[in-house]
Unconditional design. Structure first.
Length: 277
């Protein structure tokens, strides 16, 4: 168990104790008419103190929870990055396969719907042409032409009925393809979301690793700055270069940054022999 976890356990135990103390004080204050003035004041003070400490402990638990999470994530960052490479590669391959499958299904659906439109359009065109020819023959009062046109109209109507049966079959196929396509699109969405989660986890781990490297590099710069500042105490002359120094630190534990004042304070702890070593 880490230091933060130990601190959290102690804080959680104390919080429960404080909550009991607060409940007891509130309960006794409900009967304050039977209390002496001194006892009532003592209970009120105890209640107020308990409320204040309760708030402090709650904030401390939140702080410790953040530190525990940060500690766990930082310690496992390298392993997370390594594992995520394989997971992301698998997810990308799966997504690529689904995209390819979607493309093939969409192409087949387009072909089927094109055939449906072709049969439907051809039937309409043939029926319109046959009907026009029959109407023209009737208008010309040509019995022979009229008979031929009627026979052609009957043939076209029969062909149209055959086309409707083909269209019905193709429509069934199109519906099935649409359902399969919807399944693939849904799987694509899920796979893309999963890939996004994996990439987010990977970049979070990378950020933690880089933050750790940043803080280490920052500490090296601070130590170097302290040594530079320390030379002023041994005859090198004072320099104002580091006075405006400000280095942000990314770890949630400790200060959020270090400035020139801190560097100067550290420099006072460095001796001549350490500088010249």
């Amino acid at each position: 168990m880490s230091t933060y976890q130990n601190e959290r356990t102690k804080a959680a135990i104390r919080l429960r104790q404080v909550e009991d103390e607060l409940a007891n004080a509130k309960s006794e204050l409900q009967h304050q008419d039977s209390l002496s003035s001194t006892d009532r004041i003592q209970l009120q003070v105890a209640r107020d103190n308990a409320i204040s400490e309760q708030g402090q402990l709650s904030r401390e638990l939140d702080r410790l929870d953040r530190l525990i999470t940060w500690e766990k994530e930082t310690s496992s960052a390298e392993a997370t990055i390594k594992a995520s490479r394989k997971k992301i590669a698998v997810a990308q391959k799966e997504l690529a396969g689904l995209e390819k499958q979607q493309g093939k299904l969409a192409e087949k659906l387009s072909k089927v719907t094109g055939e449906i439109d072709g049969y439907r359009g051809q039937s309409q065109a043939d029926e319109q042409a046959a009907a026009s020819a029959y109407a023209a023959a009737m208008a010309a009062d040509d019995a022979v032409a009229e008979q031929r046109a009627l026979a052609q109209l009957d043939r076209v109507s029969e062909a149209a009925e055959g086309n409707e049966r083909k269209i019905a079959r193709l429509q069934t196929v199109a519906t099935a393809l649409e359902q399969e396509l919807a399944k693939v699109v849904s799987a694509q969405t899920e796979a893309a979301q999963q890939l996004g989660v994996l990439e987010h986890e990977q970049m979070t781990a990378v950020r933690l690793r880089l933050a750790s490297e940043w803080d280490k590099a920052a500490q090296s710069m601070i130590d170097l700055g302290a040594r530079l500042a320390a030379t002023a105490r041994f005859g090198a002359g004072r320099s104002t270069v580091l006075d405006d120094l400000h280095i942000p630190l990314l770890s949630p534990e400790g200060p959020s940054s270090v400035n020139g004042f801190e560097v100067g304070r550290r420099s006072e702890q460095i001796g001549r022999d350490e500088l010249a070593a």
